[in-house]
Design a protein around this ligand. Structure first.
Ligand SMILES: Nc1ncnc2c1ncn2[C@@H]1O[C@H](COP(=O)(O)OP(=O)(O)OP(=O)(O)O)[C@@H](O)[C@H]1O
Ligand SMILES: [Mg+2]
Length: 245
């Protein structure tokens, strides 16, 4: 049986879908990863092997082949550890392959089975939300992934905790969007002397979301007033904050 787990490859600021396929066949015991994987991905074999050993399981004495499809897309980074481990566990029958079908997985594994943070979790979360999948990501990045606005984010602290959640024996808490960086305090409109008409135009533009054109001689206070504008704008919604990131 071939077990599959969805994950992503990052191409600049774009996340492309990647499917991790794992098959166990009779033969000389071996564990290979194919599919244009770079060094970090090839080394993931050792992390996966040790993380699975850490939860008290050993790899079956079979020929284990992991394919990262599409095979012609370059795969970089350590975020393939967790999807590879889950595909392998599904092929071994430890987790139900059907339970994994509606998840998209990213995460690096430690030798002790801990799930370590990886770059690009927010991108992966946006990609998962667009495909209607639940994201499984490192626990430390749950708050970041929750910013994508999708309901389904599973923040896994370690491999065992994740397996128990998938089996339904324990439930991982749902992460909440984390605190954004507090906005830098710019100049305030009270510092502007006079210029009542310009201040009123500023307030109307901020309230109504209109564009502003400032015309005036050098030193009239255009730059000063423009820098007061962020202070009177309403706070950004998560979607707006992502849009201007
Ligand atoms: N109405 C005002 N109240 C308080 N300070 C002012 C006012 N107008 C100008 N200033 C001060 O004068 C200086 C020049 O203002 P600012 O740089 O905003 O001018 P500007 O219109 O952007 O000029 P430029 O066209 O050369 O860019 C700043 O230090 C600003 O704080
Ligand atoms: Mg200026």
């Amino acid at each position: 049986m071939i077990a599959t787990v969805a994950t992503v490859a990052f191409l600049g600021l774009e996340a492309r879908p990647v499917e991790v396929q794992c098959q166990l066949v009779a033969g000389l015991p071996n564990f290979i990863v194919v599919g244009l994987a770079d060094k970090a991905v090839a080394e993931s074999r050792e992390r996966v092997r040790n993380a699975i050993a850490a939860i008290g399981l050993s790899l079956p004495p079979k020929r284990i082949t992991v394919n990262l499809s599409p095979a012609d897309l370059p795969k970089e980074g350590s975020h393939y550890d967790l999807p590879i481990a889950l595909a392998l566990l599904a092929a071994m029958g430890v987790v139900d392959a059907e339970d994994l079908a509606e998840h998209l997985v990213v995460g690096e594994l430690g030798l002790d089975g801990r799930v370590a943070p990886v770059p690009g979790v927010l991108l992966a979360a946006l990609h998962a939300a667009s495909r209607g999948l639940t994201l499984i990501c490192p626990a430390a990045q749950g708050a970041e992934a929750a910013w994508a606005g999708s309901e389904g984010v599973l923040a896994a602290p370690d491999l065992l905790g994740l397996i128990n959640h998938l089996k339904g024996s324990t439930i991982l808490p749902r992460p909440q969007p984390g605190e954004a960086e507090p906005p830098r305090q710019g100049p305030d409109l009270v510092q502007v002397k006079g210029q009542e008409t310009a201040k009123r135009a500023l307030e109307i533009a901020a309230a109504g979301g209109h564009n502003l054109l400032m015309i005036g001689p050098p030193g009239a206070g255009k730059s000063l007033m423009a820098s007061c504008l962020p202070g009177i704008l309403p706070p950004l919604t998560p979607a707006e904050a992502l849009g201007i990131m």
